[in-house]
Design a protein around this ligand. Structure first.
Ligand SMILES: *Cc1c(COP(=O)(O)O)cnc(C)c1O
Length: 407
Protein backbone atom coordinates (compact mmCIF):
# COMPACT_ATOMS: atom_id res chain seq x y z
CA UNK A 1 0.00 0.00 0.00
CA UNK A 2 1.25 3.45 -0.88
CA UNK A 3 0.43 6.56 1.23
CA UNK A 4 -0.24 6.41 4.98
CA UNK A 5 -3.90 7.53 4.82
CA UNK A 6 -4.87 4.29 3.11
CA UNK A 7 -3.76 2.30 6.19
CA UNK A 8 -6.29 4.11 8.35
CA UNK A 9 -9.44 3.37 6.42
CA UNK A 10 -12.16 2.28 8.79
CA UNK A 11 -15.40 2.91 10.59
CA UNK A 12 -15.21 6.70 10.24
CA UNK A 13 -14.98 6.64 6.44
CA UNK A 14 -17.77 4.06 6.32
CA UNK A 15 -20.02 6.20 8.49
CA UNK A 16 -19.51 9.36 6.46
CA UNK A 17 -20.12 7.44 3.24
CA UNK A 18 -23.29 5.80 4.51
CA UNK A 19 -24.54 9.23 5.53
CA UNK A 20 -24.43 10.19 1.87
CA UNK A 21 -25.64 6.86 0.52
CA UNK A 22 -28.81 7.11 2.55
CA UNK A 23 -29.78 10.52 1.21
CA UNK A 24 -29.38 10.32 -2.55
CA UNK A 25 -27.64 13.70 -2.60
CA UNK A 26 -24.46 12.89 -4.48
CA UNK A 27 -23.53 16.31 -5.82
CA UNK A 28 -21.90 19.04 -3.75
CA UNK A 29 -25.02 21.03 -4.56
CA UNK A 30 -28.25 19.88 -2.96
CA UNK A 31 -31.52 21.11 -1.64
CA UNK A 32 -30.59 23.52 1.13
CA UNK A 33 -33.81 23.19 3.05
CA UNK A 34 -33.75 19.37 3.03
CA UNK A 35 -32.14 18.13 6.28
CA UNK A 36 -31.19 14.92 4.50
CA UNK A 37 -28.64 16.84 2.39
CA UNK A 38 -25.41 16.46 4.37
CA UNK A 39 -23.01 19.02 2.77
CA UNK A 40 -19.97 16.75 2.97
CA UNK A 41 -17.93 18.67 0.39
CA UNK A 42 -18.69 22.08 1.88
CA UNK A 43 -18.01 20.81 5.40
CA UNK A 44 -14.73 19.29 4.22
CA UNK A 45 -13.69 22.61 2.65
CA UNK A 46 -14.46 24.49 5.85
CA UNK A 47 -12.60 22.01 8.05
CA UNK A 48 -9.67 21.90 5.65
CA UNK A 49 -9.33 25.70 5.66
CA UNK A 50 -9.51 25.69 9.44
CA UNK A 51 -6.92 22.92 9.66
CA UNK A 52 -4.47 24.86 7.49
CA UNK A 53 -5.33 28.19 9.08
CA UNK A 54 -6.42 29.90 5.89
CA UNK A 55 -9.62 31.72 4.98
CA UNK A 56 -10.73 29.62 2.01
CA UNK A 57 -10.54 26.15 0.49
CA UNK A 58 -11.99 24.65 -2.69
CA UNK A 59 -12.10 20.86 -3.08
CA UNK A 60 -11.22 19.70 -6.59
CA UNK A 61 -10.72 16.47 -8.52
CA UNK A 62 -6.98 16.09 -7.85
CA UNK A 63 -3.65 17.74 -7.11
CA UNK A 64 -3.08 18.40 -10.79
CA UNK A 65 -6.51 20.04 -10.97
CA UNK A 66 -5.65 22.03 -7.84
CA UNK A 67 -2.49 23.38 -9.49
CA UNK A 68 -4.28 24.21 -12.73
CA UNK A 69 -7.02 25.96 -10.73
CA UNK A 70 -4.40 27.91 -8.75
CA UNK A 71 -2.68 29.15 -11.90
CA UNK A 72 -6.03 30.04 -13.48
CA UNK A 73 -7.03 31.96 -10.35
CA UNK A 74 -3.82 33.98 -10.59
CA UNK A 75 -4.42 34.65 -14.27
CA UNK A 76 -1.17 32.99 -15.36
CA UNK A 77 -1.26 32.50 -19.12
CA UNK A 78 0.45 32.77 -22.50
CA UNK A 79 3.84 34.44 -22.40
CA UNK A 80 4.24 34.00 -18.64
CA UNK A 81 7.12 32.04 -17.15
CA UNK A 82 6.73 30.00 -13.98
CA UNK A 83 9.78 28.80 -12.05
CA UNK A 84 9.52 25.17 -10.94
CA UNK A 85 12.07 22.60 -9.69
CA UNK A 86 13.39 19.83 -11.94
CA UNK A 87 12.80 17.34 -9.14
CA UNK A 88 9.03 17.12 -8.73
CA UNK A 89 6.03 15.17 -9.94
CA UNK A 90 5.29 15.96 -13.59
CA UNK A 91 1.96 17.53 -12.59
CA UNK A 92 3.75 20.65 -11.32
CA UNK A 93 5.15 21.11 -14.81
CA UNK A 94 2.09 19.97 -16.77
CA UNK A 95 -0.21 22.34 -14.89
CA UNK A 96 1.95 25.23 -16.10
CA UNK A 97 1.85 23.85 -19.63
CA UNK A 98 -1.96 23.65 -19.51
CA UNK A 99 -2.06 27.24 -18.30
CA UNK A 100 -0.30 27.88 -21.63
CA UNK A 101 2.63 29.32 -19.71
CA UNK A 102 6.28 28.21 -19.76
CA UNK A 103 7.77 26.05 -17.01
CA UNK A 104 11.32 27.15 -16.24
CA UNK A 105 13.11 24.18 -14.71
CA UNK A 106 15.29 25.09 -11.75
CA UNK A 107 17.94 23.33 -9.66
CA UNK A 108 17.37 21.79 -6.23
CA UNK A 109 19.69 21.94 -3.23
CA UNK A 110 20.52 19.33 -0.58
CA UNK A 111 17.04 19.64 0.92
CA UNK A 112 15.86 18.15 -2.43
CA UNK A 113 13.71 21.26 -2.82
CA UNK A 114 14.06 24.18 -5.20
CA UNK A 115 17.27 26.15 -4.67
CA UNK A 116 16.52 29.83 -3.97
CA UNK A 117 19.92 30.81 -5.38
CA UNK A 118 19.02 29.27 -8.73
CA UNK A 119 15.56 30.88 -8.68
CA UNK A 120 17.28 34.28 -8.84
CA UNK A 121 19.25 33.18 -11.90
CA UNK A 122 16.11 32.02 -13.71
CA UNK A 123 14.08 35.21 -13.33
CA UNK A 124 13.40 37.19 -16.51
CA UNK A 125 11.06 40.05 -17.27
CA UNK A 126 8.43 37.46 -18.20
CA UNK A 127 8.54 35.58 -14.88
CA UNK A 128 5.15 35.72 -13.17
CA UNK A 129 5.30 33.08 -10.46
CA UNK A 130 7.43 30.69 -8.46
CA UNK A 131 6.07 27.22 -7.76
CA UNK A 132 7.99 25.79 -4.80
CA UNK A 133 7.28 22.08 -4.33
CA UNK A 134 7.60 20.73 -0.78
CA UNK A 135 9.15 17.47 -1.87
CA UNK A 136 8.75 14.31 0.18
CA UNK A 137 7.14 16.24 3.03
CA UNK A 138 10.06 18.63 3.61
CA UNK A 139 9.29 22.38 3.59
CA UNK A 140 11.05 24.57 1.03
CA UNK A 141 13.18 27.46 2.24
CA UNK A 142 10.11 29.71 2.27
CA UNK A 143 11.77 32.75 3.83
CA UNK A 144 14.19 33.05 0.92
CA UNK A 145 11.49 32.28 -1.64
CA UNK A 146 9.05 34.86 -0.25
CA UNK A 147 11.84 37.43 -0.13
CA UNK A 148 12.64 36.87 -3.81
CA UNK A 149 8.94 36.95 -4.72
CA UNK A 150 8.54 40.28 -2.96
CA UNK A 151 11.65 41.73 -4.52
CA UNK A 152 10.54 40.86 -8.06
CA UNK A 153 6.77 41.11 -7.62
CA UNK A 154 6.08 37.42 -8.30
CA UNK A 155 3.24 35.17 -7.20
CA UNK A 156 4.01 32.09 -5.13
CA UNK A 157 2.01 28.92 -5.79
CA UNK A 158 2.89 26.29 -3.19
CA UNK A 159 2.70 22.76 -4.54
CA UNK A 160 1.98 21.14 -1.17
CA UNK A 161 0.72 17.86 -2.62
CA UNK A 162 3.32 15.83 -0.73
CA UNK A 163 3.21 17.84 2.46
CA UNK A 164 -0.28 18.11 3.95
CA UNK A 165 0.07 19.10 7.60
CA UNK A 166 3.74 20.08 7.44
CA UNK A 167 4.74 23.46 8.88
CA UNK A 168 7.43 26.04 8.23
CA UNK A 169 8.24 28.30 11.19
CA UNK A 170 4.93 27.33 12.70
CA UNK A 171 2.81 28.03 9.62
CA UNK A 172 1.13 25.25 7.66
CA UNK A 173 2.55 24.75 4.19
CA UNK A 174 0.30 25.98 1.42
CA UNK A 175 -0.69 29.06 3.41
CA UNK A 176 2.58 30.98 3.10
CA UNK A 177 2.44 31.89 -0.60
CA UNK A 178 -0.51 33.41 -2.49
CA UNK A 179 -2.22 30.10 -3.11
CA UNK A 180 -1.58 26.43 -2.25
CA UNK A 181 -2.43 23.10 -3.87
CA UNK A 182 -2.93 19.70 -2.22
CA UNK A 183 -3.55 16.18 -3.51
CA UNK A 184 -5.64 13.41 -1.98
CA UNK A 185 -4.46 10.70 -4.36
CA UNK A 186 -3.54 7.29 -2.96
CA UNK A 187 0.15 8.12 -2.45
CA UNK A 188 -0.45 11.13 -0.25
CA UNK A 189 -0.74 11.75 3.52
CA UNK A 190 -4.51 11.25 3.46
CA UNK A 191 -6.47 9.92 0.53
CA UNK A 192 -9.81 9.66 -1.23
CA UNK A 193 -8.33 7.66 -4.12
CA UNK A 194 -8.26 10.87 -6.12
CA UNK A 195 -8.99 14.39 -5.02
CA UNK A 196 -7.36 17.73 -4.31
CA UNK A 197 -7.73 21.06 -2.56
CA UNK A 198 -6.87 24.68 -3.35
CA UNK A 199 -6.39 27.05 -0.43
CA UNK A 200 -5.92 30.80 -0.23
CA UNK A 201 -6.33 33.69 2.18
CA UNK A 202 -7.22 36.02 -0.68
CA UNK A 203 -10.99 36.21 -1.19
CA UNK A 204 -10.65 37.36 -4.77
CA UNK A 205 -8.38 34.43 -5.67
CA UNK A 206 -10.83 32.16 -3.88
CA UNK A 207 -13.72 33.43 -5.95
CA UNK A 208 -11.75 32.87 -9.14
CA UNK A 209 -10.57 29.41 -8.04
CA UNK A 210 -14.10 28.44 -7.15
CA UNK A 211 -15.44 29.71 -10.45
CA UNK A 212 -12.76 27.85 -12.39
CA UNK A 213 -13.50 24.57 -10.61
CA UNK A 214 -17.20 24.99 -11.48
CA UNK A 215 -18.57 26.82 -14.52
CA UNK A 216 -17.51 30.27 -13.41
CA UNK A 217 -20.02 30.45 -10.58
CA UNK A 218 -19.59 32.38 -7.38
CA UNK A 219 -18.84 30.32 -4.25
CA UNK A 220 -21.70 28.47 -2.61
CA UNK A 221 -24.06 28.83 -5.51
CA UNK A 222 -27.15 26.81 -4.85
CA UNK A 223 -29.06 25.37 -7.73
CA UNK A 224 -29.40 27.37 -10.90
CA UNK A 225 -27.42 30.59 -11.06
CA UNK A 226 -27.09 32.77 -14.10
CA UNK A 227 -25.77 36.27 -14.43
CA UNK A 228 -22.77 36.42 -12.10
CA UNK A 229 -20.28 34.21 -13.88
CA UNK A 230 -17.16 36.24 -14.58
CA UNK A 231 -14.87 33.50 -15.87
CA UNK A 232 -14.97 30.28 -17.86
CA UNK A 233 -14.75 27.19 -15.70
CA UNK A 234 -13.63 23.58 -16.23
CA UNK A 235 -15.77 21.56 -13.81
CA UNK A 236 -13.18 19.95 -11.57
CA UNK A 237 -15.69 19.38 -8.77
CA UNK A 238 -15.73 16.44 -6.40
CA UNK A 239 -18.95 14.78 -5.31
CA UNK A 240 -20.38 14.01 -1.89
CA UNK A 241 -18.97 10.47 -1.78
CA UNK A 242 -15.43 11.78 -2.16
CA UNK A 243 -16.23 14.63 0.22
CA UNK A 244 -17.40 12.12 2.83
CA UNK A 245 -14.18 10.10 2.70
CA UNK A 246 -12.12 13.30 2.62
CA UNK A 247 -13.79 14.49 5.80
CA UNK A 248 -13.10 11.27 7.68
CA UNK A 249 -9.49 11.19 6.48
CA UNK A 250 -8.84 14.86 7.28
CA UNK A 251 -9.84 14.27 10.89
CA UNK A 252 -7.08 11.63 11.10
CA UNK A 253 -4.31 13.77 9.64
CA UNK A 254 -2.64 14.88 12.86
CA UNK A 255 -2.70 11.37 14.25
CA UNK A 256 -1.12 10.00 11.07
CA UNK A 257 1.59 12.66 11.12
CA UNK A 258 2.48 12.09 14.75
CA UNK A 259 2.79 8.35 14.08
CA UNK A 260 5.01 9.06 11.07
CA UNK A 261 7.24 11.33 13.12
CA UNK A 262 7.51 8.76 15.87
CA UNK A 263 8.49 5.94 13.46
CA UNK A 264 10.96 8.11 11.61
CA UNK A 265 12.62 9.24 14.83
CA UNK A 266 13.06 5.63 15.91
CA UNK A 267 14.48 4.55 12.57
CA UNK A 268 16.81 7.53 12.38
CA UNK A 269 18.06 6.97 15.93
CA UNK A 270 18.76 3.33 15.18
CA UNK A 271 21.05 4.22 12.26
CA UNK A 272 22.54 7.47 13.53
CA UNK A 273 25.57 5.72 15.01
CA UNK A 274 26.56 4.80 11.47
CA UNK A 275 29.04 7.50 10.48
CA UNK A 276 28.92 6.53 6.80
CA UNK A 277 25.37 7.81 6.50
CA UNK A 278 24.33 11.41 5.95
CA UNK A 279 20.85 12.88 5.67
CA UNK A 280 19.26 15.41 3.36
CA UNK A 281 18.86 18.90 4.71
CA UNK A 282 15.54 19.40 6.50
CA UNK A 283 14.47 23.05 6.29
CA UNK A 284 12.12 22.85 9.25
CA UNK A 285 11.37 20.24 11.88
CA UNK A 286 7.71 20.68 10.92
CA UNK A 287 8.27 18.24 8.04
CA UNK A 288 5.80 15.34 7.99
CA UNK A 289 8.27 12.45 8.02
CA UNK A 290 6.82 10.40 5.17
CA UNK A 291 10.36 9.41 4.13
CA UNK A 292 13.88 9.20 5.45
CA UNK A 293 16.25 10.46 2.79
CA UNK A 294 19.92 9.51 2.93
CA UNK A 295 22.55 11.63 1.25
CA UNK A 296 25.94 10.05 0.50
CA UNK A 297 29.29 11.60 -0.31
CA UNK A 298 29.31 10.38 -3.91
CA UNK A 299 27.10 8.45 -6.29
CA UNK A 300 29.26 5.34 -6.30
CA UNK A 301 28.71 4.86 -2.58
CA UNK A 302 25.00 5.65 -2.91
CA UNK A 303 24.52 3.20 -5.77
CA UNK A 304 26.30 0.40 -3.95
CA UNK A 305 24.25 1.05 -0.82
CA UNK A 306 20.98 1.10 -2.77
CA UNK A 307 21.83 -2.07 -4.70
CA UNK A 308 22.54 -3.99 -1.49
CA UNK A 309 19.12 -3.08 -0.16
CA UNK A 310 17.41 -3.90 -3.44
CA UNK A 311 16.49 -0.30 -4.17
CA UNK A 312 17.73 2.60 -6.32
CA UNK A 313 19.20 6.05 -5.96
CA UNK A 314 16.80 8.87 -6.67
CA UNK A 315 18.54 9.57 -9.98
CA UNK A 316 17.42 6.11 -11.10
CA UNK A 317 14.02 6.17 -9.41
CA UNK A 318 10.80 6.58 -11.31
CA UNK A 319 8.60 9.59 -11.64
CA UNK A 320 9.95 12.70 -10.06
CA UNK A 321 13.16 13.24 -11.96
CA UNK A 322 12.93 15.58 -14.97
CA UNK A 323 15.40 13.30 -16.79
CA UNK A 324 12.66 10.65 -16.88
CA UNK A 325 9.87 12.90 -18.15
CA UNK A 326 9.81 11.75 -21.73
CA UNK A 327 6.60 13.71 -22.25
CA UNK A 328 8.53 16.96 -22.25
CA UNK A 329 12.10 15.96 -23.14
CA UNK A 330 13.68 16.64 -26.50
CA UNK A 331 10.52 17.85 -28.16
CA UNK A 332 11.52 20.00 -31.07
CA UNK A 333 10.74 22.98 -28.95
CA UNK A 334 8.41 23.20 -26.03
CA UNK A 335 6.73 26.09 -27.75
CA UNK A 336 5.63 23.81 -30.55
CA UNK A 337 4.69 21.03 -28.21
CA UNK A 338 2.57 22.89 -25.74
CA UNK A 339 1.14 26.04 -27.19
CA UNK A 340 1.92 26.47 -30.85
CA UNK A 341 -0.21 29.55 -31.24
CA UNK A 342 0.42 31.45 -28.05
CA UNK A 343 4.02 31.08 -26.96
CA UNK A 344 5.61 31.52 -30.34
CA UNK A 345 4.13 34.92 -30.56
CA UNK A 346 6.18 35.85 -27.52
CA UNK A 347 9.33 34.47 -29.09
CA UNK A 348 9.96 31.99 -26.31
CA UNK A 349 12.03 29.00 -27.33
CA UNK A 350 12.42 26.77 -24.32
CA UNK A 351 13.70 23.24 -24.64
CA UNK A 352 13.97 20.54 -22.03
CA UNK A 353 16.70 17.98 -22.35
CA UNK A 354 18.45 15.37 -20.23
CA UNK A 355 21.07 16.63 -17.81
CA UNK A 356 20.13 20.27 -18.24
CA UNK A 357 20.28 20.61 -14.43
CA UNK A 358 23.75 19.32 -13.45
CA UNK A 359 23.48 20.18 -9.75
CA UNK A 360 20.12 18.39 -9.48
CA UNK A 361 21.57 15.33 -11.24
CA UNK A 362 24.58 15.36 -8.92
CA UNK A 363 22.43 15.50 -5.76
CA UNK A 364 19.88 12.90 -6.91
CA UNK A 365 22.76 10.61 -7.89
CA UNK A 366 23.88 10.28 -4.28
CA UNK A 367 20.49 10.18 -2.54
CA UNK A 368 18.44 7.17 -1.42
CA UNK A 369 14.89 7.21 -0.02
CA UNK A 370 13.90 4.90 2.81
CA UNK A 371 10.13 4.60 3.20
CA UNK A 372 8.48 5.64 6.46
CA UNK A 373 4.90 6.34 5.41
CA UNK A 374 4.96 6.44 1.63
CA UNK A 375 5.92 3.11 0.09
CA UNK A 376 6.28 3.81 -3.61
CA UNK A 377 8.87 2.58 -6.10
CA UNK A 378 7.89 5.64 -8.16
CA UNK A 379 9.83 7.78 -5.71
CA UNK A 380 12.54 5.20 -5.07
CA UNK A 381 10.99 4.20 -1.74
CA UNK A 382 10.40 0.48 -2.01
CA UNK A 383 12.66 -0.33 0.93
CA UNK A 384 11.94 0.66 4.51
CA UNK A 385 9.08 0.69 7.00
CA UNK A 386 5.40 1.68 6.95
CA UNK A 387 3.36 3.87 9.26
CA UNK A 388 2.21 0.70 11.04
CA UNK A 389 5.65 -0.91 11.54
CA UNK A 390 6.32 -1.92 15.13
CA UNK A 391 9.61 -1.47 17.00
CA UNK A 392 10.83 -4.89 15.96
CA UNK A 393 10.30 -4.21 12.27
CA UNK A 394 11.97 -0.83 12.59
CA UNK A 395 14.95 -2.49 14.25
CA UNK A 396 15.18 -5.11 11.50
CA UNK A 397 15.23 -2.45 8.79
CA UNK A 398 17.82 -0.44 10.75
CA UNK A 399 19.95 -3.59 11.08
CA UNK A 400 19.85 -4.13 7.32
CA UNK A 401 20.90 -0.54 6.71
CA UNK A 402 23.71 -0.74 9.26
CA UNK A 403 24.93 -4.03 7.80
CA UNK A 404 25.67 -2.53 4.38
CA UNK A 405 29.44 -2.44 3.86
CA UNK A 406 30.62 0.91 2.59
CA UNK A 407 34.11 2.04 1.74
C1 LIG B 1 0.82 13.94 -6.41
C2 LIG B 1 1.39 15.23 -6.82
C3 LIG B 1 0.71 16.10 -7.68
C4 LIG B 1 -0.56 15.73 -8.40
O1 LIG B 1 -1.57 15.23 -7.67
P1 LIG B 1 -2.70 14.29 -8.33
O2 LIG B 1 -3.71 14.24 -7.25
O3 LIG B 1 -2.08 12.98 -8.63
O4 LIG B 1 -3.21 14.98 -9.54
C5 LIG B 1 1.29 17.32 -7.95
N1 LIG B 1 2.46 17.68 -7.43
C6 LIG B 1 3.16 16.87 -6.62
C7 LIG B 1 4.46 17.32 -6.07
C8 LIG B 1 2.65 15.61 -6.30
O5 LIG B 1 3.37 14.79 -5.52
Amino acid sequence: MPGPGAYFFGEEERKELLDVMETGYLSRYGKEDDPRFKHKVVTFEKEFAKYIGTRNAVAVNGGTGALITSLAALGIGPGDEVIVPGYTFIASISSIIYAKAIPILTEIDESLNIDPKDIRKKITKRTKAIMPVHMLGNPCDMDSIMEIAKEFGLYVVEDSCQALGATYKGEKLGSIGDIGAFSLNFNKTITTGDGGVVITDDDNLYERAFGFHDQGHKPYRMGLEIGHRSLIGMNLRINELTGAVALAQLRKTDNIISMLRDKKRKLKNAISGNKKLGFRKINDEGEIATLLTLLFKDNKTAEKFAAELGTKTLAHSGWHVYNHMEQILDKKTVTEYQCPFACKRYGQEVKYYKHMLPRTDEILGRTVNISVGVVDPGIGADFGITVLSDDKEIEQVADKINAVQMS
